[in-house]
Design a protein around this ligand. Structure first.
Ligand code: ATP
Ligand code: MG
Length: 397
């Protein structure tokens, strides 16, 4: 194969939005493929073309990972005459049947797209004609238009014919950035990286905030979060991570009565701080890795108490209905699982109460917070927050 064809997801967006979406996808494709030495991605007729390249199969697999791509193919290109297209069709089918002898009596169909209108046959006629070209060479095969074992795709364009057999399923979703920016609370656990990825998939650019419990934890916890952020960078590029010192808040709350509320209070502080950082960075929402009932702090009662602390932005929880196994499957798929299970204490396990409340009450949380200077603690944390960008992230982990 020598060329790559990339098809974007079907859009219901119209007009300017559509053009913007296509431009964003174009940029993301160029950025993702630049790492593999691709310097030009042509955009034509709502598709993207790359080539000629010796490594078309690999580029097709890489391009399939970009959000907004429905599928990609490695194709072979020829001239636009009937003879050349028929010859290439014979060549590709013969090659495939040698590679996969089990398909000797399989069923197939031919799909044709024709934008070169001077071609002597229309799309339907071309498909029927190429079907008979294939049958002539391989009488054991059969045509099945509804549920074929394989299909041959042919595009006839001004610059030539493209013929291919395989479609690689793409990442789907929407190009990163088309839905604006969100801020994800990123712990070193399994869940929050998956939550961040889910939001990227739906077109959000994700910025991260991590609450760093040093010196109660070693530097390893933060290093692990940097490694996660860097790993997730493969899906969006140019990531930014806020690191917020959390020890002063842990110190201020550690001797309060009702230790069962500690985690809930932490989470209330985290959302307040995230809310302020997010608004400063023009993020439209916060994101966390909560899943209903997974741990004590994630019961519906406690999530409501945690919600009660925030001022403005919504907290999105893409994993709310997930079982742990479903999250783990995704974490493996996006290559964060192996990082997340590295053993480091996070700030919440450190002072974890023996008996965390499962049905927290807003009045109790507010009563406890009345014993500390919440506003001063939040302000101090926001002032001391430091931003790291992906170039710095590259240096770590
Ligand atoms: P995770 O695997 O994402 O850590 P979890 O199931 O361990 O989730 P918790 O630790 O209770 O659950 O945290 C719930 C959510 O709160 C996390 O998914 C994350 O969004 C946020 N969070 C918790 N701790 C931190 C932290 N130290 N820094 C940033 N966000 C955090
Ligand atoms: Mg956790």
């Amino acid at each position: 194969m020598d060329h790559v064809i990339i098809r974007p997801v079907e859009l219901t967006l119209k007009g300017n939005n559509r053009r913007w979406f296509e431009r964003m996808l174009h940029q993301h494709l160029k950025a993702a493929l630049a790492r593999h030495g691709v310097t030009a991605v042509d955009r034509r007729h709502g598709r993207y073309y790359i080539g000629p390249r010796d490594d078309a199969e690999q580029i097709a697999r890489e391009a399939a990972k970009v959000f907004g791509v429905v599928h990609t193919s490695a194709a072979k290109r020829c001239g636009r005459s009937e003879e050349e297209i028929a010859a290439l069709t014979r060549e590709l089918v013969a090659e495939m049947l040698t590679r996969k002898p089990e398909l000797a009596s399989s069923t197939f169909r031919v799909d044709v797209k024709r934008s070169y209108k001077q071609f002597p046959r229309n799309s339907m006629e071309t498909a029927a004609w190429l079907g008979s070209v294939i049958l002539e060479a391989h009488p054991g095969l059969k045509v099945d238009l509804h549920d074929p074992d394989w299909s041959l795709q042919v595009e006839i364009r001004g610059e030539g014919g493209f013929v291919f057999l395989e479609k690689i399923p793409g990442a789907g979703g929407l190009p990163v950035g088309t839905e604006g920016k969100v801020m994800c609370l990123l712990s070193g656990g399994i869940d929050s990286p998956v939550a961040a990825w889910q939001m990227m998939k739906r077109g959000c650019r994700v910025e991260y905030v991590h609450y760093d419990a040093q010196p109660f934890t070693g530097p390893g916890a933060l290093e692990k979060v940097r490694t996660l952020a860097r790993s997730l960078d493969a899906w969006q590029g140019k990531s930014k991570l806020w690191v917020v010192p959390f020890a002063p808040i842990q110190m201020a709350t550690k001797d309060l009565p009702k230790p069962g509320y500690r985690t809930v209070l932490y989470r209330r502080f985290m959302s307040r701080i995230a809310d302020r950082l997010a608004r400063r960075r023009r993020c439209k929402a916060l994101v966390s890795g909560d899943s209903l009932g997974q741990v004590a702090s994630q019961t519906l009662d406690n999530l409501i108490v945690i919600e009660g602390a925030r001022e403005a932005l919504p907290m999105l929880r893409p994993l709310i209905g997930f079982d742990k196994q479903e999250t783990i499957r995704l974490a493996r798929h996006i290559d964060t699982y192996e990082i997340s299970i590295r053993p480091f204490e996070d700030c919440c396990t450190l002072f974890q109460p023996d008996h965390p409340v499962t049905r927290g009450k807003l009045e109790d949380a507010e009563w406890l917070e009345g014993m500390v200077d919440v506003e001063a603690l939040v302000q101090e944390a926001v002032e001391k927050a430091r931003i790291e960008d992906s170039t710095r992230l590259e240096l770590h982990g």
